[in-house]
Structure formats: structure tokens, C-alpha cells
Design a protein around this ligand. Structure first.
Ligand code: PEP
Length: 250
């Protein structure tokens, strides 16, 4: 179902005590909003976060998972393990996983399928590099990322998919897509899904923007009709900033 979502990707930041402190601050300051609010602490702090947020409507989600059910995959985490500690949503395809850990479209397709097979919700990240945008290839790149990882899915699977468009040149750089650039790409993505499936699937889909969203630019980006919220990196590590961004979607 299409909803407004603000999600914080904490990446490899915050130890157990820091995680607990940030969660407590967020839970205490969470505004009364219709938006879904999610945080993705690092794996070792997920179970503690679920327990810390038991009485809060903030959802704890995972940053990644492996596609196999179980077995000899040293250092990896399965969908069952996540679900076993109360995690129902997983980020798949973040550009840092693609760039630093060799995650190809083919691997991501397997991960998406594995998560959906377990009835998990998938927040699928994708987006073009700076060179792609400069050469005018950004729409084609995004189309092929979606096609290669997601277009084998049945239409019914899409009610478990959240898309997060994250232009790589805007992630952690302080450079943000303008609200117009975000809207242009989000509208194109929605049309791509409508063409591939139908307008019902496209109109039911939450499409988030990610890339240097801050308190100062969130309202303008979130005001665009095809932007259903944001995936936030750096600014989600500071309680007041993340709360201000959540307020931007109300
Ligand atoms: C991200 O890593 O998903 C992200 C959007 O990071 P930042 O907000 O720091 O650009």
C-alpha cells in the first residue's frame, strides 16, 4: 500500500549504547504523523533496537540480508534470522552494497526473491552515477536496474516493495537532487512500473528519495507529488535532525 515513509539508514555507525540513546531520543520526540518511520541500525544492534522500540511505532528494519536460507556463508544473515527477532522489512541494493561488496543486479534479484518468499517487505535502492546523469543516461540506467532486479516479479508481489531512488552522486556528498530532478525521476519510475505492470501497481507504490536529505531541504523534496518520503543517511544519526525531517512530511 502506498504510504509516506521516512527511514533512517544508520550504516556502520553507533555502538550498542549509542544506538539505545538515539532510539530513546527518537521515541520520545516522535511527532504525531501519518508517515511510517523506520530505522536501520547495524545487525548486532537490531534485536536490542526491537526491544527498545516495543512501545513505539518506529519500525526497526535491516540494512541487508543474504539470499540463502542458511548454510556456509560466513558473516552473512538470512531472512529467517531477521524475522526471528521481529524484523519484517529489509533494505536491498543500497549503492554502497553495490559499489563495495560487488552486489550485482543478479544477486539483488535473488535477495529480493528470498525476502519476498518469507513475506518480508523490501526497500529496494537504485540510482545512477554522476557520469550517467552527465551523459543523459540516467533514465536508462534506472530502468535497467529496475528491470534486472524486479521485473520478474508478479504484480501481486509489488505490495511488499518500497522503492528508494538514490542518485549515487547525492549520497553522503551534501549535494542533493533538486526537488524538480527528484520529481522528474520519480514520475518516470512510476510510469515505468505502470507500463510494465499497470497503473494500480504504480499508484500503490511508495517511492522514496535518498541523497543528502537534511532538515533544510526535506519539505521541498517531500512536497513533490511522486515523492512519498525519504531514505536518510547522515542526518538520521542526529535525533533532532531526523525528527525535523519527519516533521517535513506531515
Ligand atoms: C543513504 O545512504 O541512503 C543516504 C541517503 O545517505 P545520505 O542521506 O547521508 O546522503
Amino acid at each position: 500500500m502506498r504510504s509516506k515513509i521516512v527511514a533512517g539508514n544508520w550504516k556502520m555507525n553507533k555502538n550498542a549504547e549509542e544506538t539505545q540513546a538515539l532510539l530513546a531520543a527518537l521515541a520520545a520526540k516522535l511527532p504525531d504523523t501519518q508517515a511510517e518511520v523506520m530505522v536501520a541500525p547495524t545487525f548486532v544492534n537490531l534485536a536490542g533496537a526491537v526491544s527498545e522500540l516495543q512501545a513505539s511505532r518506529i519500525e526497526v528494519i535491516a540494512q541487508n540480508m543474504h539470499f540463502a536460507e542458511s548454510g556456509a556463508y560466513t558473516g552473512e544473515i538470512s531472512a529467517d534470522m531477521l524475522m526471528n527477532i521481529g524484523i519484517d522489512t529489509v533494505i536491498i541494493g543500497h549503492s554502497e552494497r553495490r559499489a563495495y561488496f560487488g552486489e550485482t543486479d543478479g544477486i539483488l534479484a535473488q535477495k529480493v526473491k528470498a525476502a519476498l518468499d518469507k513475506n518480508m517487505r523490501v526497500m529496494f535502492c537504485f540510482g545512477e552515477e554522476l557520469e550517467d546523469r552527465k551523459s543523459g543516461e540516467h533514465f536508462n540506467v534506472v530502468h535497467s536496474q529496475l528491470k534486472n532486479a524486479l521485473f520478474d516479479l508478479d504484480a501481486s508481489a509489488w505490495n511488499k516493495i518500497i522503492l528508494a531512488y538514490e542518485p549515487v552522486w547525492a549520497i553522503g556528498t551534501g549535494e542533493t537532487a533538486s526537488p524538480e530532478q527528484a520529481q522528474e525521476m520519480h514520475a518516470c519510475i512510476r510510469k515505468t512500473i505502470a507500463d510494465q505492470y499497470d497503473t494500480a501497481v504504480a499508484n500503490n507504490l511508495s517511492i522514496l528519495y535518498g541523497g543528502s536529505v537534511k532538515p533544510g531541504n526535506a519539505v521541498d523534496i517531500f512536497s513533490k507529488p511522486d515523492v512519498d518520503g525519504g531514505l536518510i543517511g547522515g542526518a538520521s544519526l542526529v535525533a533532532d535532525d531526523f525528527i525535523a525531517i519527519i516533521n517535513g512530511i506531515a
